[in-house]
Design a protein around this ligand. Structure first.
Ligand code: NAP
Length: 484
């Protein structure tokens, strides 16, 4: 079940929000409601659109409750008509027994939160909570590494094997994957938020995204293929939207998550047997090469890997950026024999430059740091020039492969308006989809190509490499219309 955790400052708002969540189950955080009057709890319960968990967290457990512990326990006792009541393990065994003995038809969740770490003795804590005679054990701990998620999954598996209901998850950005995958491992539920800015715990994802994008409630561990993005940072990427929507469209038991990696070697060691394929972004596009069993010729030539597929347990490196860029350009113009300028000398410029040379375009490199531009020009066997020395009348294709114009600096352009005439202008930047440079170029009558086209083509290629299935028609721009 996907549970929407509702944080609202008034009873009226909580009641208003309940049907909006469209979740399988709702948690009402009573500690957020500033003044609970007599009858409020009954009214909330009577208006529930689905099963309800009533919770009233104290400060030490990440809550907002300002009253005394006696008042808090009194509130939880009044909730015993609800489907579930969540009480912290730290409330003490006596209080917990009082609730379990008088629970009626309610189920009692006994919860343990640790906002610092997943402690070494978590199995022992699990056993102690289980011994309280509760219906469901809840364990939520901060992940300090991606490997903490694996420990949490192990705990969920153990509980499931013992037929104990457990809600297990890791908090924080490194714990995000547990919020998507815990249901597949057997967690009783996973929590999500209703609206941005209303998270009730660190690292929580949107309830709507858990259902509609990740399909977290439909994943089956038996045969599940886990894909993901390896990088630091990873939060700005849109890959998880386009890939998960594609998996859903193809009805695959597959999911794509973000792996915020601090130590690539550790990650490969611990996750190699778990993942079915990877996207790789900054700063690991070069570093990943040493951990691969094989590297495809294009990726080897470019010197960067943005995709890893797994063939017979072996890691194979690919570069789909080259394919993505060339497809995006050739949708509008054939490259062979055309005069092409690329701004930039980083990873994207190298990949696209390689593709342009392969397609027999006549390439010129322009870059802010001349030294780097000259080096790339020499590697690709093409000219490096300053912008002013180019005969712009003869240029057919201009490509921005720098980050200039990217959010938040959306009013910047790597080139002035007067240069932009009679050519195809392609910006690799995809946020915003139409950059200042593209806007000026379109106004001057140029044909423009958004970085989104490249992103979609390279993602579709990744899908084909990972699944062996055709991606045609299932990757589109809708993933970019979905707010992240
Ligand atoms: P990178 O390796 O860090 O290279 C950055 C390049 O941008 C360098 O040439 C750098 O010049 C230049 N640059 C940065 N700030 C500049 C400024 N203020 N003025 C002039 N030049 C500047 O990055 P990358 O991986 O190549 O990525 C470059 C762009 O490609 C990014 O916007 C990224 O989003 C985009 N990209 C898009 C896709 C897609 O699918 N659409 C895929 C990959 C990359 P110096 O050498 O002088 O530092």
């Amino acid at each position: 079940m996907i549970c929407c955790s509702i944080v609202a400052h008034t009873k009226e708002k909580a009641i208003h929000d309940m049907p909006r969540s469209k979740a399988d189950i709702i948690e009402i955080r009573l500690d957020y409601i500033s003044e609970l009057s007599k009858g409020d709890i009954d009214e909330i319960i009577s208006k529930k659109p689905c099963p309800l968990i009533m919770t009233c967290r104290k400060k030490e457990e990440g809550g907002q409750f300002k009253g005394s512990e006696g008042e808090r326990i009194g509130i939880l006792k009044k909730c015993l008509k609800a489907d579930y009541v969540d009480i912290e393990f730290s409330a003490g065994k006596e209080i917990i027994s009082e609730l379990t003995e008088n629970k009626g038809s309610s189920k009692i969740i006994v919860s343990y939160h640790n906002f610092e770490a997943l402690p070494g003795n978590i199995e022992q804590i699990f056993e102690e909570i289980k011994a309280t005679n509760c219906d469901i054990v809840k364990i939520a701990c901060m992940a300090n590494s991606l490997e903490d998620n694996l420990r949490m999954f192990e705990l969920i598996r153990k509980a499931k094997a013992e037929k104990t209901d457990i809600i297990g998850l890791c908090m924080g950005e490194k714990g995000e994957i547990s919020r998507v995958l815990n249901l597949a491992y057997g967690s009783y539920l996973t929590y999500g938020y209703l609206e941005k800015g209303r998270q009730s715990a660190p690292g929580q994802l949107s309830c709507e995204f858990l259902k509609r994008v990740y399909g977290a409630d439909k994943l089956d561990l038996d045969g599940l293929k886990i894909y993901g993005l390896v990088g630091r940072p990873v939060s700005k990427s849109r890959g998880y939207i386009v890939h998960n929507l594609a998996f859903k469209e193809m009805e695959l038991n597959a999911v794509y998550v973000n792996f915020l990696v601090d130590d690539l070697e550790e990650f490969i060691k611990n996750f190699k047997g778990i993942v079915a394929g990877l996207s790789v972004t900054m700063p690991y596009k070069q570093e990943i090469i040493q951990y691969l069993d094989k590297i495809e010729p294009i990726a080897k030539k470019v010197g960067a890997v943005n995709t890893v597929s797994i063939r017979d347990g072996k890691l194979v490196g690919h570069n789909t950026d080259v394919y993505g860029a060339i497809e995006a350009i050739e949708e509008k113009i054939k490259i062979e024999g055309k005069n092409v300028v690329i701004f930039g000398a980083g990873g994207a410029a190298r990949a696209i430059g390689y593709g342009i040379v392969e397609k027999k375009g006549n390439l010129i490199i322009v870059n802010r740091t001349a030294e780097k531009g000259k080096k790339l020009g020499a590697e690709l066997g093409v000219e490096f020039k300053s912008k002013e020395k180019i005969d712009w009348q003869n240029i057919d294709i201009l490509i921005n492969a720098t980050s200039v114009g990217m959010m938040p600096d959306i009013n910047e352009s790597p080139i002035e308006k007067e240069y932009l005439h009679n050519m195809v202008v392609f910006d690799t930047v995809y946020n915003p989809p139409i950059t200042k440079m593209l806007d000026m170029a379109e106004n001057n009558g140029c044909t423009i190509i958004s970085g989104i086209r490249m992103f979609i083509y390279q993602a579709a290629k990744q899908f084909e490499l990972w699944t062996g299935k055709q991606a045609e028609g299932i990757y589109g721009e809708k993933g970019f219309g979905v707010a992240g």
